[in-house]
Ligand binder design. Sequence first.
Ligand SMILES: Nc1ncnc2c1ncn2[C@@H]1O[C@H](COP(=O)(O)OP(=O)(O)OP(=O)(O)O)[C@@H](O)[C@H]1O
Length: 686
Amino acid sequence: MPPAPAHPTAADPTDPVLAAERDHLAQAAECLTSMRAAAVAVADAGVDAWASERLGAARSERLLALAADPGVPAFFGRTDAAGDTDPETFHIGRRHVRDAAGDPVVIDWRAPMSRPFYQASATEPQGLLRRRRFGFADGELTSYEDELLADGQDDGGTGELLRQEIERPRSGPMRDIVATIQPDQDDIVRAPLAESICVQGAPGTGKTAVGLHRAAYLLYTHGDQLARTGVLVVGPNRAFLRYIEQVLPALGEVEVDQATVASLTARVTVRAQDEPAVAVLKGDPRMAEVLRRALWGGIRKPTDSVQVTLSGRKYRIGEDRLKRFVDDLRRAGTSGVDEQQLVHYAAGRERLAMGLAEYARRLKEAGGGSPTDAETRRTARSAEVRAFCDAVWPAVDAGGLVHDLFTDPERLARAARGVLTEEEQALLHWPKPPRSVRAARWTAADAVLVDEVAGMLERTPGYGHVVVDEAQDLSPMECRAVARRLGAGSLTVLGDLAQATSPWSVADWSQTLTALGRPATAVRPLTRGYRVPGEVLDFANRLLPAIAPGLAAATAARREPGALQLRPVGTLAGPLAEVVGELAARPGSTGVVCADASVAEVVGVLTAAGLDVAPLTDDGSAPARVSVVPAGLVKGLEFDHVVVVEPAAIVAAEPRGLHRLYVVLTRAVSSLVVLHHADLPGLLVD
Ligand SMILES: Nc1ncnc2c1ncn2[C@@H]1O[C@H](COP(=O)(O)OP(=O)(O)OP(=O)(O)O)[C@@H](O)[C@H]1O
């Protein structure tokens, strides 16, 4: 196919096309200002407090959406489609802009009309005559590039502006990619709401970006439905959430919840860490069965009749009838056809009490009485009924149940018989019982177990859509915690099996998808890497045969000669300070990545050399321009320049150390320096 014609890439004020587009940009900016003013001026009708509150919330949301990124141009592209007489022209931007008459000036990138901008090609022009991309410098429109699709011209993703934008160095927090979403990414972003998707993508292929843009797309397309149920983004840690937190607001979406599994399951205070073997066991899906048995096994058979009082008269309910009540409810709680139909434990307890009261009401009615609903409810709350429920269907506290299992070997044995071995049960035992449930030294894995119990006690409210990033690291029990937040909604699962560093790492996605409650989810690959230069990616990919033999290596979108430097050194300190000093003088961010245990030492060396560095922590605070990053925290992040300190130590620090090293080696946008005193892992040596 013929290449796209060349167009000006530098400002050329005499070009009438450029001048017209600049006028349109100015008009769009004015319209946006007017839209903002109109949103501020929306009068509060004051119908009632609720209406006022809703209106206020909607208004501030809209203002936030319109105010996002004031320096960002109102559009980045344009499509010309065949019209009845003249071509129909649409400018595509981050959000709709209309003029005073209500006519569109800019079309939201998520609107169906915008789709051809991302998908059309010379072979399938999708009704487009032309696709135009714009180049900007300091907010000024300075260039444009056309593909005349109807004439069989497209640039196949190699256009200068597209390439420049994709390759533009990135620093600071993650940015949106709306101007340059690629066709395979767009397919995932715009998949139907009902479709759950698992994206298996190599480092830097845009998984996180795609997941966030999918959230924005779904909110735009199914706003009414999702406004009620909400969208949740789950990330691996707070440093990562901090890195991505700007993307959705920049796309006008301010109402998406972003959380870690730890924050979702924070029902107990985590104060301790498990030994690896214990953590593995606590994340095992068999624990769900143990907890289920422990909870429902606490229900006892009624052993006597019960006397209840209804509007002053006493009624006796026989033991057999009571057994039937309890059995029926327990069945409804443990063997429902689907999860949504299950009667939760706490609801079962309430229904049992109500069942007894209703039964007394029927007896009274049979004798000619007609008790009121209020009287029946009073009976359900009466001391006799409560005492009966406490005896056969006791109230349970989620933390209390897990505490009891871990401190009472006999209780655990009853719940775990045939599910966990005796050795495994011993691993769970707390030899020194805590003073109270609250005082227990809970671990992160315990918190997930407590959350599992809480989810059996009461239904967890579910989101309409959940995006789970770095999903390859989730334990099956963590997956279940996410699945509980999903309700009947759909999932976008993002991850890379080659970057799996947790003890639960799996060789394929089926176990994770099953634990997430969506076993039939299709796995879609992304293989073109946008972050890492080819030289660096090829180097990291040497680890693939050892860490993920079945996975295809990613190909890099660009090469940058000199991007990779391997520096064997006698002592680390001097060369480290020298390299970091050089990089700190360059624009962009620098991440100095080392084994977790070496962070303090590396910070010390660099600070002693007079460099302004700070360690990256997981407290959600902003990273410094030069950060010393523990290898355990670097997943999902990127830096313009990365210095890896002593790969052998990173590998030796954990059982899946080679996987961790693969993550570490794939964080650099522009340059990677590997400093090593010890030998590099064999696979990395020529
Ligand atoms: N179509 C695109 N246009 C421009 N930049 C892109 C595109 N796709 C991805 N990127 C950029 O590539 C970088 C990597 O993207 P992202 O972090 O989403 O990848 P990832 O697959 O989640 O990576 P990892 O698995 O290594 O964490 C980001 O800076 C992102 O903005």
